[in-house]
Design a protein around this ligand. Structure first.
Ligand code: NAP
Length: 474
């Protein structure tokens, strides 16, 4: 089935199409438009023309559009989850969780659309400012370019489309080449919700070929990108004076103190390490455990890991399915091998299975210079290292070039407070894994994990201009 480009409220035939295949079994899923520079230009023209009609919608109307979408999504939960599972090989039970989160994300966006407000400014606080009344207006920026990754093809798109509509902007969405169907489905649903034509345009195709066109066009006022640090940096360098929000990768870490009750959270640790085969930006990749509890932790972790079931993403009992590409399996095996040569101990996994799947793999005592530790693995691989003090663990975590989220399990309040202050990350989870996220919390990394925040209210802030209005009393 051919999937076209959404431009100016119509599905437009493209000059070229590329076949899309399922990562799990190689089934052909669709022929997807492969946009060229001319078609990108048409999408930008359409978004530009729609700026006025979008900015004229009231907050109530924008919230209504988003709530209609929420209702449609609620009625098509299973259909949405099947699309996600098929195009990304995300196990269906995780895909259903993603759909439910997507529904929450658009619900928050609808609510926040009604809470966009400026403030009054006490001008007389400065000498020369007396006899003035001033306030700020929050106005839409214009066109937002949203570039999204494969791993949460509905919810991470929602984190851009929801705030952009709530703020009254127009949008050009470029989803990941492997997962365009979730975005196209969203486009079909949104067209039933009363969005002005041209307010949302969806261009599919190669990021490497058309990404730059979007990033450098001066009609686009902001770029919101979620993806790899390598592409994020490139975008930042090309974007000129546009606003840029970058939600990038990580090698998220967890600290485990002595005197904690492992049974309370071992399941969460295993889940955080292997959910969607580790292809989550806050996947638990590094675990640092106090020496007094280390052996017990490793034993329990391995017991729990052995329960995971590898299989077809559409099977409701599957925990782990295919990686997004064969190259990712190759790369992960290479990194595991390198770590073992450097002295790490592979205690489970490390084998490829059918359909591009990789067994959940656990390595112990991985040197911090190994890629398994210092790069983003993005595969079902986790390392567990022994530490003799929490101080040592905090130092290890901070040595990373990334800083998205970190977690600590401890019963020591002073240590928790210290870790919260000292860890160089965008979010610290006390008594939870770094993989924890709900969709309205401020979310975004430091260092090479990105700039700017998502979480609906925070993403809306990044998509608005603040204008001062000052009356002089005469
Ligand atoms: P990716 O390869 O960086 O791709 C992300 C998007 O950028 C895709 O739509 C891609 O298009 C596009 N793109 C590629 N080259 C481009 C260019 N030169 N200019 C503009 N756009 C370009 O990332 P991915 O493999 O899909 O996703 C995994 C990465 O995303 C991981 O690093 C993960 O940590 C990160 N991530 C971060 C968060 C967060 O919130 N911090 C959340 C999820 C994922 P094509 O698909 O056509 O190449």
């Amino acid at each position: 089935m051919k999937k076209h480009l959404l431009i100016n409220g119509d599905w437009i035939k493209a000059s070229e199409y590329r076949d899309l295949y399922a990562p799990y079994n190689g089934d052909k899923l669709a022929e997807v438009a492969f946009a060229n520079a001319r078609e990108i230009n048409l999408a930008i023209d359409a978004a530009d023309r729609a700026i006025k009609s979008m900015a004229q919608l009231t907050a109530f109307q924008r919230a209504e559009i988003l709530m209609k979408l929420v209702e449609l999504l609620k009625g098509r939960r299973h259909e949405c989850a099947t699309i996600i599972a098929t195009e990304s090989a995300k196990p269906i039970k995780a895909a259903i969780v993603e759909v439910d989160r997507t529904i929450m994300t658009y619900t928050f966006a609808a609510e926040e659309a009604k809470r966009i407000n400026g403030e009054t400014v006490p001008m007389d606080a400065a000498p020369g400012g007396e006899n003035r009344i001033a306030y700020t207006l929050r106005q839409p920026l214009g066109i937002i370019a949203a570039i999204t990754p494969f791993n949460f093809p509905m919810n991470l798109v929602a984190h851009k489309i929801g705030p952009a509509i709530a703020a009254g902007n127009t949008i050009i969405l470029k989803p990941a080449s492997q997962t365009p169907l979730s975005s196209i489905y969203l486009g079909e649903l949104l067209m039933e919700c009363g969005l002005p034509p041209g307010a949302l345009n969806i261009v599919t195709g190669s990021g490497a070929k058309i990404g730059e066109k979007l990033v450098i066009d001066n009609r686009i006022k902001a770029i919101t990108f979620t993806g790899s640090p390598q592409i994020g940096k490139k975008i930042k360098n090309q974007a000129g004076l546009k606003r840029v929000t970058l939600e990038l990768g990580s090698n998220s870490a967890l600290l485990i103190d002595k005197n904690v009750n492992l049974t309370d959270f071992i399941g969460r640790c295993v889940n955080g390490s292997f959910s969607f085969a580790g292809q989550v930006c806050i996947s638990l990749q590094r675990i640092y455990v106090h020496e007094e509890i280390y052996d017990q932790f490793v034993t329990s972790f391995l017991e729990e890991t052995k329960k995971l079931k590898i299989g077809n993403p559409l099977d409701h009992t599957t925990d782990i399915s295919s990686l997004i590409s064969e190259q990712d399996v190759e790369r992960s095996l290479k990194w595991i091998n390198e770590a073992v040569i450097a002295g790490a101990e592979l205690v489970i996994g490390g084998q490829r299975r059918a359909n591009n799947t990789l067994e959940p793999s656990v390595l112990l005592n991985v040197p911090s210079t190994e890629k398994i530790s210092c790069q983003e693995v993005f595969a079902p691989v986790v390392m567990i290292n022994k530490i003799s003090s929490m101080e040592e663990g905090i130092t290890e975590i901070n040595e990373s070039k990334y800083g998205l989220q970190a977690g600590i399990f401890t019963n020591d309040l002073q240590l928790a407070l210290k870790a919260a202050e000292r860890l160089e990350v965008g979010g610290v989870m006390i008594n939870d894994i770094p993989t924890f996220r709900v969709d309205h919390m401020p979310y975004g990394g430091v260092k090479e994990s990105g700039i700017g925040k998502e979480g609906i209210k925070y993403a809306i802030d990044e998509m608005l201009e603040t204008k001062l209005v000052c009356f002089r009393k005469i």
